[in-house]
Design a protein around this ligand. Structure first.
Ligand code: PLP
Length: 396
């Protein structure tokens, strides 16, 4: 456990909860939990559950309900992933759970997995818990936060087993170029590595951009694609995610046996949540309405960018997708030597909670993650307070 960390719900979070208990109105921008900011249960989901509750009473198939897996296979095929069917799908209690099922059967102590920095710490933590070693490849802010493929390539060793891609990315909110994906896949191809592609934000892409599934570009490689309903349909609490294994079948037989052992060991995933999967994957209007002009995610991003533009000492790459940005602080100007101290001072003085860059395994002390989920006026107010806080801030 020594290196396992979750700064999203860490010391600062506990401090914020304490402040709330004392009656202080804290704006918690630490988690990507849309329903906590008033994103409603989609009607499509309500209809899929109401009157059908009895179907979810028994344990279901350990891989997931057949109709749900059929719907997922159809969805992933529609994204261009070839040669997959319901038998290649494993449903879990969120992507958080399937990441364990995906990594554990692959890794031996001392094995290495290439993961991005910054990254969503679920990945680094699960690799550590498997006794393996996360090796960080750098994403380059100057290249719209695309992975630096030369850096990634230089970090392959004889112990490397896999590459993790998070696209669209948390915490940067950017969408990777197809060319970058192709280059990463080439590294995997040359070194016989499995690719894990976390695509949980694929339905929340803005500005007319199109998400390309990693696996659709590499039918010759073993790719494990992760996705789920927490974000696109604001269903974090339902715990509904999945993984799909694609690529030449004979190469994955042994690996699949391990995945089957782990998934069957926990009997089944929450069946109530699986009932809604076919309806959710038919309902693309819910996520589309959030990201088009006039939609909450689009408008909230606009407001955030407008206020950030006014703050001296902050620069940022505007997100293409999801609801995060990873702005940069001018550490010289503010004398910042600890991003945790910055976040603590901000919480105490403005009552805004956010997660510093080091919480995403970012090696420098100069970034933080913003969650763009609150309504536009609340966000504007919080960002304005941050600007006032930074005006004259000098870390001691
Ligand atoms: N992957 C990424 C990149 C995430 O940002 C999150 C949640 O924030 C998850 C996975 C976990 O999602 P789930 O709710 O499906 O466990």
């Amino acid at each position: 456990m020594e290196h396992v960390h979750s700064d999203i719900r860490g010391d600062l979070y506990r401090e914020a909860i304490k402040m709330q208990a004392e009656g202080i109105d804290v704006l918690k921008l630490n988690t990507g939990n849309p329903a906590a900011f008033g994103f409603p249960l989609p009607e499509s989901i309500r209809k899929a559950i109401e009157g059908h509750e009895d179907k979810a009473v028994p344990y279901c198939d350990f891989q997931g309900m057949p109709e749900a897996r059929e719907a997922i296979a159809r969805y992933e095929r529609s994204k261009g992933i070839e040669g997959i069917n319901a038998g290649d799908v494993f449903i879990g209690n969120g992507v958080s759970e399937v990441v364990t099922f995906a990594l554990m059967p692959l890794l031996n102590p001392g094995d290495e997995v290439l993961i991005p920095t910054p990254n969503y710490s679920l990945w680094s933590n699960t690799i550590l818990l498997a006794g393996a070693k996360p090796v960080y490849y750098r994403c380059d802010e100057q290249s719209h936060w695309n992975p630096d493929v030369a850096d990634l390539r230089s970090k392959v060793t004889s112990r490397t087993r896999a590459i993790v891609i998070i696209n669209p990315n948390n915490p940067t909110g950017v969408l990777y170029s197809t060319d970058t994906l192709q280059q990463i896949l080439q590294v995997a191809r040359e070194n016989d590595l499995i690719v894990f592609s976390d695509e949980i934000y694929d339905r929340l892409v803005m500005d007319g951009l199109k998400h390309v599934s990693t696996a659709s570009l590499a039918p010759d490689l073993t790719v494990v694609t992760m996705n789920g309903l927490s974000k696109s349909h604001s269903l974090c609490g339902y715990r509904c995610g999945w993984m799909v294994i694609s690529g030449p079948r004979p190469r994955t037989e042994e690996y699949r046996k391990g995945v089957v052992q782990l998934t069957s060991m926990r009997l089944c995933a929450n069946a109530l949540a699986q009932l809604v999967i076919p309806a959710a994957l038919e309902d693309m209007e819910t996520p589309s309405a959030m990201v088009r002009p006039g939609g909450r995610l689009y408008e909230q991003r606009k407001v955030t960018a407008e206020v950030l533009d006014q703050i001296d000492g902050i620069s940022y790459v505007k997100n293409d997708a999801a609801f995060y940005m990873f702005p940069k602080l001018d550490v010289k100007k503010f004398n910042i030597t600890s991003d945790k101290q910055f976040a603590k001072d901000l919480l105490e003085q403005t009552h805004v909670l956010l997660v510093p860059g080091s919480g995403f395994d970012w090696p420098e002390q100069d970034h933080f993650r913003l969650v763009l989920l609150p309504q536009a006026d609340r966000l504007r107010e919080a960002m304005t307070r941050m600007g006032q806080f930074l005006d004259g801030y000098h870390q001691k």
